[in-house]
Design a protein around this ligand. Structure first.
Ligand code: ADP
Length: 373
């Protein structure tokens, strides 16, 4: 019996040492807590990233000892801390936050925190995180480069466009019908390039958090009307009927940014026109509701295949059924629209069936505080 007991102790000790070694050799920072969020283990990488000694952290309440900050440098409330969300939801949470190091320095980290569940009850949590300073710096340089390149591209592009217009309008002598056709193609291409440059610039602004918001009270149905006027030509070229309805009795006014709002509506309607066969219909409905305004852009076009639904808002994504038929497109439009709506505190979603059509919905809240910058 005594031998068995000793063997069991030795085995348990071995297992404990193995678990310890396993934990310590995780290639990223790792912190384990008990069910109350008190630190029970911390690996050497986490200690070196955060600049603490193990003895300073063991037994401490994780959310209090390691302060997490958001992009605005504000300490994240306990309820919004990833570890709390993981405990409450019972699921893993992945987020980017800033940790305050021991020396007070702010450090960007990407973390995943998972609850440790025993019979569905959290008995602790484990967080794995890494320092993403370098990635952030590369990202910033990439955004800066795109922004610089886009600005520089605009100048020669406007020269091409101005001279093409002068040529086509006959200011530089007569041009044949064939020449006019070519010049119009050049003008069309410069317009598309200009749009692409605006999209790229807007994306870098969204990604770097430098997008400028000029919020004022405005009617969404009016904004939609203006966008529709601009897109009527594109619709009529494909014989597509483009309609606008203001439904319901409630006001459609919200405090928001006119240019950004129009960019969002324009992207959705352009897509609806682009991905609908000649003779189809695109219906825009603006509905004021109690707490928000709902905008619907419905088409009876090609639709989005089910297996592509998850990726529609991803950067550069284009569904297979559209890539085959329509070569122009970057897969950036909806990524931008989603980013812009997030910045305006709005939501976006869609319903779609291949071969039947697609309906995009977005809402903007009536009551909101938007940061003007
Ligand atoms: P782009 O239109 O430049 O390809 P977007 O980001 O605007 O990029 O759209 C991404 C993809 O989503 C499109 O390539 C297309 O496959 C699909 N999509 C978007 N809107 C519609 C629509 N109204 N009908 C069908 N497919 C659509």
């Amino acid at each position: 019996m005594a031998i068995n007991k000793d063997t069991a102790i030795v085995q348990a000790e071995e297992q404990r040492a193995q678990a310890e070694a396993l934990f310590n050799s995780i290639g990223e920072g790792a912190i384990a807590t008990d069910e109350f969020g008190r630190i029970t283990r911390i690996n050497p990488i986490a200690l070196s990233i955060l600049g603490y000694k193990e003895s300073e952290l063991l037994g401490e309440w994780f959310p209090k000892k390691i302060v997490a900050l958001n992009e605005q440098d504000v300490a994240i409330n306990l309820i919004d801390r990833p570890i709390t969300k993981a405990f409450l939801s019972g699921r893993s949470v992945t987020e980017k936050v800033f940790y305050r190091k021991r020396d007070g320095q702010k450090l960007p980290v990407m973390l995943t925190v998972s609850p440790i569940l025993l019979a569905d009850r959290p008995i602790g949590a484990i967080e794995v995180f890494r320092d993403i300073t370098l990635e952030e710096e590369i990202d910033r340089m990439k955004s800066e480069f795109i922004s610089l390149a886009s600005h520089q591209l605009r100048t020669p592009l406007s020269a091409i466009k101005t001279y093409s217009h002068m040529l086509v309008d006959g200011y530089m002598g007569d041009v044949t019908t064939a020449q006019k056709k070519s010049l119009r193609t050049i003008i069309g291409a410069t317009n598309r390039m200009n749009e692409l440059i605006s999209t790229l610039l807007n994306i870098t602004r969204i990604e770097s958090g430098t997008i400028v918001i000029n919020a004022r009270m405005l009617r969404i149905d009016r904004a939609a009307e203006e966008v529709i006027k601009e897109l009527n030509l594109a619709a009529s070229e494909k014989n597509i009927t483009l309609s606008l309805t203001q439904s319901g009795k409630l006001a459609t006014s919200v405090k928001t940014d006119n240019l950004i709002l129009k960019e969002i509506i324009s992207n959705l309607i352009s897509n609806a026109i682009k991905y609908t066969t000649e003779g189809g219909a695109v219906d825009v409905i603006v509905r004021g509701r109690n707490k928000d305004v709902l905008v619907t852009v419905a088409d009876n076009g090609w639709g989005i295949p089910k297996d592509a639904h998850d990726q529609v808002f991803s950067k550069f994504f284009r569904a297979q059924n559209t890539v085959k038929r329509e070569t122009t497109g970057t897969g950036l439009g909806l990524y931008l629209v989603k980013g812009l709506l997030e910045r305006l505190n709005g939501n976006i979603w869609f319903e779609s069936e291949e071969g039947k059509g697609t309906t995009f919905f977005f809402t903007l809240p009536k009551e909101q505080r938007l940061r003007n910058n």
